[in-house]
Design a protein around this ligand. Structure first.
Ligand code: GDP
Ligand code: IMO
Ligand code: MG
Length: 431
């Protein structure tokens, strides 16, 4: 059966660890949206890997990795990432496929990203992601397949540069110095390194049919359509992005399992509403215990209690079959643990995640409180290592969102996890 692993919050839920673990049993691992804004961390025997563009599953020597058409690819960073992994003795290029339809991220996208941030800050990763999708949908994007034809590529870059230069000059009164020859030559050099990996990846996946794991980047609340717009990323980072991002028909996914990864609390990086954010010493403790600093930018992550209103939104709109709950161990030290079960606005109770920023910015979380277990769950791999009070917390989460917690993660190490029997869940939905 094919498996889809998605972020169920605002990204950084621990997808990297989970995918690295679960992809052991799959032949193909696919990234299908976003780009190098992702930072997926895996710790294997104490050694840390952070993947930005490659699917995390590529760390197994037997898996085929796919960069599908919905991604925006910075070839400069991709080649660097490939070489870093290859320098550790792991072959990459003979089992990596890159879609010929994927769009490129070029240096001027990054310049534009930082200029756009000056007016209306989103707190992006400055990796050029928004502008690359912006030009894609304006039908000015440049795709991997365009690199096969040097003259065509040159003229596309020339058009893009003129357009972006003018935009920057007129809107931001900024000139930038980018020489077309440098952009083109550098891109062609990078392309030379990976050109043998370029294929029509949707054809490949259609023929493969089974044994495929789809690795989401970012998270549901960063999805451009169902997230906290405009404080989102520029792709469909929920299940909505699967079909367009892979180039596979929606039917292809009808038998797949969909699991959403959620921390036992909540974090977000960048700007935007975050109803359960804690700006006090409790939030600080979550950040310190969870090591909550961005894998891509190093920024401190904003931290807060688990928001079940938001998580249920993710469960419903992704059609999740289960939750993979990570970083339970981070909560080991707390006297009291809270979860948000509704939002309150004056005397109104809101139970569905609102679209409106006006609401999201004003609502106050309604909390249910749990007594902390105050015992270490770090590295737990057996049910008996999880205290009763932690089970109360986990059971409440699954009952509220209406799907089971199928796996618990208790350490950054790939092999520290508990797989929970799906059958043991009774499916009561009290939310
Ligand atoms: P991703 O973007 O969803 O892959 O998540 P990131 O890699 O950006 O951030 C998750 C962080 O939490 C990484 O530093 C992981 O090593 C770490 N991590 C993942 N699972 C666990 C866990 O169960 N416990 C602890 N303490 N850390 C974890
Ligand atoms: P992974 O895959 C967390 C956030 C940025 C910013 C917003 C838009 O590691 O979970 P962008 O650069 O995409 O235009 O920034 O989205 N963001 C992420 N936050 N994890 C990520 O990826 C993210 N990718 C983008 O911080 O708020
Ligand atoms: Mg991350």
């Amino acid at each position: 059966m094919n498996l889809v692993i998605l972020g169920a919050q605002w990204g950084d839920e621990g997808k990297g660890k989970v995918v690295a673990l679960l992809s052991e049993n799959y032949e193909v691992v696919v990234r299908y949206q976003g780009g190098s804004n992702a930072g997926h961390t895996v710790v294997i025997n104490g050694e840390k890997f952070i993947l930005h563009l490659l699917p995390t599953g590529i760390l197994h020597p037997h898996t085929v990795g796919i960069i599908a058409q919905g991604m925006v690819v910075d070839l400069e960073l991709l080649v660097k990432e490939i070489k870093e992994i290859e320098s550790k003795g792991l072959r990459v290029r003979d089992r990596l496929f890159i879609s010929d339809r994927a769009h490129l991220v070029l240096p001027y996208h990054k310049i534009l990203d930082s200029l756009l941030e000056r007016k209306g800050k989103i707190g992006t990763t400055l990796r050029g992601i928004g502008p690359a999708y912006m030009l894609k949908y304006a039908r000015k994007g440049i795709r991997v397949c365009d690199l096969w034809d040097k003259d065509r590529f040159y003229s596309l870059v020339k058009d893009n540069l003129e357009f972006v230069e003018e935009l920057c000059k007129k809107v931001y009164c900024e000139n930038f110095e980018l020489k077309i020859e440098e952009v083109v030559d550098r891109s062609l050099e990078n392309f030379e390194e990976v050109k043998d990996c370029v294929i029509d990846t949707s054809q490949y996946l259609l023929e493969k049919r089974e044994g495929i794991l789809f690795e989401g980047a970012q998270g549901t609340l960063l999805d451009v359509d169902i997230g906290t717009y405009p404080y989102v990323t520029s792709s469909n980072s929920s299940a909505l992005g699967l079909s367009a991002g892979t180039g596979l028909p929606p039917k292809f996914f009808s038998k797949a399992k969909f699991y959403g990864v959620s921390k036992a609390y909540t974090t977000r990086v960048g700007e935007g509403p975050f109803p359960t954010e804690l700006k006090d010493s409790t939030g600080e403790l979550l950040r310190e215990r969870g090591g909550e600093y961005g894998s891509t930018t190093g920024r401190p992550r904003r931290c807060g209690w688990l928001d079940l209103v938001a998580l249920k939104h993710a469960v419903r709109l992704n059609g999740l079959d289960g939750i993979i709950l990570t970083k339970l161990d981070v909560l080991d030290a707390f006297e009291e643990i809270k979860v948000c079960v509704a939002y309150q606005l004056e005397d109104r109770i809101i139970e569905n995640f609102p679209a409106s920023l006006t609401l999201l910015e004003k609502v106050k979380p309604v909390y249910k409180s749990f007594e902390g277990w105050k015992e270490s769950t770090y590295g737990a791999v057996d049910r008996r290592e999880i205290p009763k009070k932690a089970w109360d917390y986990i059971n409440f989460i699954q009952e509220y969102v209406g799907v089971p917690v199928v796996m618990l993660s208790t350490s950054p190490e790939k092999d520290k996890y508990l797989w929970l029997e799906e059958e043991s869940y009774e499916g009561a939905n009290i939310g």
